[in-house]
Ligand binder design. Sequence first.
Ligand SMILES: *Cc1c(COP(=O)(O)O)cnc(C)c1O
Length: 240
Amino acid sequence: MTAAEGSGQLALALDKARSRASQAALATGRRPETVKLMLATKTQPAALIRQAIALGFTLIGENRVQELVSKAPVLADLPHRTHLIGPLQSNKINAALRHVECVETVASLGLAEQLSRRSTDRPEPLEVMVQVNTSGEPTKSGCQPAQAADLAAMVGALPGLRLVGFMTVGLNSPDAGAVLGSYLALRVIRDQVVASGEAGTAEARELSMGMSGDLELAVQAGATIVRLGTAVFGPRAPAT
Ligand SMILES: *Cc1c(COP(=O)(O)O)cnc(C)c1O
């Protein structure tokens, strides 16, 4: 395949993803612009991400700090925003903070406090989301749903951070109703927190949820950011 054919395919896949998200929004009475498409770029080379950014898809989600660090210089001249959507270990915080506008995977007060301490001298506050394990699957990261509102209130009050919303990795199941339920659970938490009046929670409106296989369900439940990997880039090489 030539490079031109490759970028034609990418443009097509991006178009298709955007129209899926738009259809899903319209089907539930929402304006398509209320749903942002994030490219989940794990394992994808920076050159391909550059093509996607050039096509107007400027919201990037990376899972691993190592990949963030290696791709950032190659993307630096293009306007884009990067969110960390994978787990963050303490020893990688400084490296991550140099390259992200938002950490979506805050699941403990301990991590939030570390991020806060290292963010007080940023020109802009670090955006954060509270990650919630809405599926109950033990392999998934995130705080328990019952703890999410308290955690959000504590995170919202920390200096250097701006709580912008909530993130979840939905239930992995063929049962659409159950998947929708896991997404609605995150929306209920968001609505409760935004209505709480707690300091630093009024802007926590984002719902980052939904992936290639289930974005329609997430949008139906209120997703404002859907995170798309395979729908845009095709199947990933197996993790190494
Ligand atoms: C890989 C990944 C996605 C995208 O998954 P696809 O099924 O490839 O669309 C979304 N969110 C997170 C946290 C991911 O790790």
